[in-house]
Design a protein around this ligand. Structure first.
Ligand code: FAD
Length: 686
């Protein structure tokens, strides 16, 4: 055989192995079995039935998850189902299993009980990346599923047009194959902020139905650990084996040249970020109390690429204040740097982060400890109360959702706040740390619309982030967001400012690796300029909704510099006051000069006049111009607040069509819809 043939064969073999392993070879290293921030699969094989047979499982909970929320709910459901009905249950990432055996699952596992699907809807009603193959299987390979009894909970956002489309599609498709849905499809609504309560309501009703229909015996729910946490007396934090918050095991201890290269070349995604240097940070607001940060991430040392309109994900860590409070209420302050080993007690349970590690690291880098506490968490924590008085208080607070709302949610308590209030400050050193790891959601990356242009700044990603901090009237403390307050702290240190912040962070990170750096990855977006530069564009972006439009406009300037003929740009921007939160105020003036008569900016300041003025009002005022550009084929873009602004803009456009084209509301709505169908109405809203 010729050398060339041999090398081709070898390449095919490598590709085949990589394909069969679905990237798992890349994901593993000798140190631990961790790869994903949400955990790598613990299965030895992707064959569902084989895994279930080997591990004695009788039920399976699948998740289609993009950011980890659906996965968190799937894990919670699996744990409670197993504990309540004593049915060995496993969870599975939809991307990690092959589905062929789903069809005849009862032939293989005669006492198979139930499949559950936790399905997030992503973007414009699309499946999450890990669910694409599953729908492909249902569409093209699956004939019938008559044996399958299942339940389904969808995770969506009612401010989006395609609310819970994937949950609905899952049920539709499975039912059409003859599978039987127990109960109703659960609909979790992130838009109304009721995901937890939606889940609890659905689950509580469902468990009664499941009990009856599957003839199951119910037991008192008792926490059964799937992970053991064992203090390690031999290692200290100075050991290179101990994770101190490295995003994954490759960052912990890269041994080979290949592993070192991986940190520079990726591929980078939600399991493996790039540790990007932060070149420059600055304040964009002119206010004592409100902040908006511009931050620039340097990509020049990596092959990580982005294109104008994409999103960047920033991987945050929790603040010192939040971590210290959590450690204190668990009675772990003295032991915060003690090394702990995590061990999976169930072959199908993956470890959610690298091990060995420390208590402080887990709370700082891997768990979502800062956000609101869920009623479910409080109910489950009852079994570990430090004293009988605390135990007696819990049902009164956690059994009724309205009382919980008034006493906990409205007061903006996080987990540590809530535990402290319930026990009147007595330490909860009775809670197993494994319970914390298994019950608290994993800390997720935060997404930002990139505000730079890949043509103008190929190797730099700009972010424009408004800092989340407020003191609601029903709360006695400031409520702060994680990533944005971290950016604020980084800006303070980079610019050597003296200011005192509510939240302060460990900016050096594990072993000093995060000094002036943060882990990031890029997520491709469909929010893109028209391919023909001469097509006019209408941009509606109040507040930080202006972020991607700054990128679009910089892209247009580059096109002009390259001698390209560009179309008109009509940009509607809004904020409270022209003197306070008018972000990039000077830049827009410069852009207008460079783009000459092609660029027009129309501003709406909501707090400068007696009657509040918003971008939708300005759209109506400029109705004739909007329609003139749309008639010339303009693309219409909306970015920013999904809950109110995006809907108000849609309604304004219908009104504009109605008035300008003298048509009925129905026809105007159809015209608006047609724009969307033709990809000429694009939204990047959150
Ligand atoms: P989080 O920690 O996620 O907190 C979220 C909210 O919960 C905050 O308001 C916080 O104050 C509140 N909170 C905290 N604790 C509690 C509690 N105990 N009880 C109740 N509430 C609590 N944002 C931008 O500024 N610019 C952008 O360009 C941008 N682009 C985006 C693009 C996409 C595709 C998406 C999905 C989002 C985008 N966002 C953007 C929003 C951004 O991702 C973050 O959601 C936002 O910055 C807040 O992140 P955070 O970590 O600071 O807040």
């Amino acid at each position: 055989m010729e050398v060339l043939d041999l090398s081709v064969l070898l390449a095919i073999l490598v590709a085949l192995v990589a394909y069969i392993s679905k990237g798992k070879l890349w994901a593993m290293d000798g140190n631990d079995t961790y790869a994903s921030p949400y955990g790598a699969s613990g299965f030895e094989t992707s064959d569902l039935v084989e895994t279930m047979k080997k591990t004695g499982k009788k039920a399976i909970v699948f998740y289609g998850s993009q950011t980890g929320t659906a996965e968190d709910y799937a894990l919670k459901f699996a744990k409670e189902f197993q504990s309540k009905f004593k049915i060995p249950t496993m969870t599975a990432d939809l991307a990690d299993v092959s589905f062929e055996n789903l069809q005849n699952i009862r032939d293989e596992i005669p006492d198979f009980k139930l499949a559950a699907f936790f399905m997030a809807t992503y973007g414009e009603g699309e499946p999450t990346d890990n669910a694409i193959e599953f729908f492909d299987y249902l569409d093209n390979e699956c004939d019938e599923l008559p044996d399958l009894k299942y339940v389904c909970f969808g995770l969506g956002n009612s401010t989006y047009e395609f609310y819970n489309a994937i949950g609905k599609k899952t049920v539709e498709q499975l039912n059409s194959k003859g599978a039987s849905l127990i109960g109703e499809l659960g609909l979790g609504d992130d838009g109304k902020g009721t995901m937890d309560e939606d889940y609890l309501e659905w689950k509580d009703k469902l468990f009664d139905l499941i009990k009856d229909q599957l003839h199951l015996e119910e037991q008192a729910v008792k926490y059964e650990p799937s992970i053991a946490v064992v203090e390690n007396e031999k290692l200290t934090t100075s050991s290179p084996l101990v994770s101190l918050g490295e995003p994954n095991s490759h960052y912990l201890n890269p041994k080979t040249d290949e592993e070192v290269k991986l940190l520079k070349t990726g591929p980078f995604d939600h399991t493996h970020p790039y540790l990007a240097p932060i070149q420059n940070t600055k304040e964009l607001f002119n206010s004592e109390t409100r902040h908006c940060i511009h931050a620039e991430f340097d990509l020049s040392n990596t092959n990580l690429k982005y294109s104008t309109g994409d999103h960047v994900a920033i991987w945050p860590s929790n603040s010192n204040e939040k971590v210290e409070k959590f450690l204190a209420i668990l009675g772990l302050t003295e032991k915060k740097d003690k090394v702990i080993d995590l061990k999976s007690l169930d072959p199908t349970t993956h470890l959610p982060f690298p091990t060995p590690t420390t208590y402080d690291t887990v709370l700082r880098h891997y768990l979502e400890i800062s956000g609101p506490v869920s009623r479910q968490f409080v109910k489950s924590a009852r079994q570990f109360c430090p004293d009988s008085e605390t135990e007696a208080k819990i049902p009164a607070i956690a059994d009724d959702k309205d009382i919980f709302h008034k006493n906990v949610t409205e007061k903006y308590l996080n987990i540590a706040d809530c535990l402290e209030v319930l026990s009147s400050g007595v330490k909860w050193d009775t809670i197993p740390f494994s319970f914390i790891i298994e019950s608290v959601a994993k800390l997720q990356p935060r997404y930002y619309s990139i505000s730079s242009s890949s043509s103008m700044e190929k190797q730099t990603v700009h972010v424009t982030a408004v800092v989340e901090q407020e003191k609601p009237s029903t709360s006695d403390h400031y409520v702060t967001g994680v990533a944005t307050n971290l950016l604020l702290d980084i800006k303070k240190h980079q610019n050597k400012e003296e200011s005192k912040l509510i939240d302060n962070f460990d900016l050096e990170g594990p072993r000093g690796k995060f000094h002036n750096k943060l882990p990031i990855h890029i997520r491709r977006s469909t929010f893109k300029l028209p391919s023909n530069p001469a097509t006019p564009i209408i941009l509606v972006g109040p507040g930080t909704g202006a972020a991607p439009f700054r990128g679009f406009i910089r892209e247009k300037i580059k096109q002009v510099e390259n001698g390209v003929n560009i179309g008109e740009i009509l940009f509607f921007f809004g904020c409270r006051k022209s003197t306070e939160d008018f972000i990039y105020k000077e830049e827009w003036v410069e852009y207008a000069k460079k783009l000459d008569n092609k660029f027009k900016m129309i501003t709406a300041f909501s707090r400068e006049t007696e009657k509040k003025v918003y971008v939708q009002d300005k759209l109506l005022e400029n109705a004739a111009k909007v329609v003139e550009l749309l008639d010339k084929g303009a693309f219409f873009y909306v970015c920013g607040d999904a809950a109110n602004m995006a809907r108000a803009v849609q309604l304004a456009l219908v009104k504009i069509y109605q008035e300008q084209k003298k048509v009925t509301e129905d026809i105007a709505m159809t015209m608006g819809k047609q724009l969307r169908v033709n990809n000429r109405y694009q939204e990047d809203v959150w």
